[in-house]
Design a protein around this ligand. Structure first.
Ligand SMILES: [Zn+2]
Ligand SMILES: [Zn+2]
Length: 140
């Protein structure tokens, strides 16, 4: 999302944009996005200070750290950013800050749900699908 400084009217400006994750350079081994990220901004300028209130929302695809399935996790952030404008500043690019906020929102060890039983350490079976042979044997 880019803001052209001399296009901000006195009363401020509202912007909406669907941003593709690739544009934000997001996406790692543990994190990906299938749907665009929705950003709405209300921008105002007082002399040399530009401030933007942003609502960022979307869905991140996380890999469960217990059972390794991929699941969709909604996120929502409301942030306020301020930028000092130099005389020659023509465009403010918000994408770096938006990227930072989304990465900060990404959990270190995502889990698909709090009751996730994970994988059996021994045979690797997904225990959410039921007990595995080796725990069955243990019990017998
Ligand atoms: Zn899980
Ligand atoms: Zn097992």
């Amino acid at each position: 999302m880019r803001i052209v400084v001399n296009q901000i009217p006195q009363e401020g400006l509202n912007l909406f944009e669907d941003i593709q994750a690739e544009e934000l350079d997001l996406g790692t081994d543990m994190l990906s996005f299938e749907k665009p990220i929705k950003v709405s901004a209300s921008v105002s300028r007082i002399t040399n200070t530009l401030s933007a209130q942003l609502d960022i929302s979307g869905y991140m695809i996380c890999t469960c750290s217990r059972c390794l399935i991929e699941f969709e996790r909604p996120f929502y952030k409301h942030i306020r950013l301020t930028y000092q404008l130099e005389t020659l500043t023509q465009v403010i690019d918000l994408n770096d800050d938006i990227r930072q906020e989304i990465i900060l929102d990404c959990p270190q060890n995502p889990i698909c749900n709090e009751f996730c039983k994970g994988l059996c350490f021994k045979c690797g079976k997904n225990l959410n699908d039921g007990p595995c042979e080796c725990s069955y044997n243990k019990r017998a």
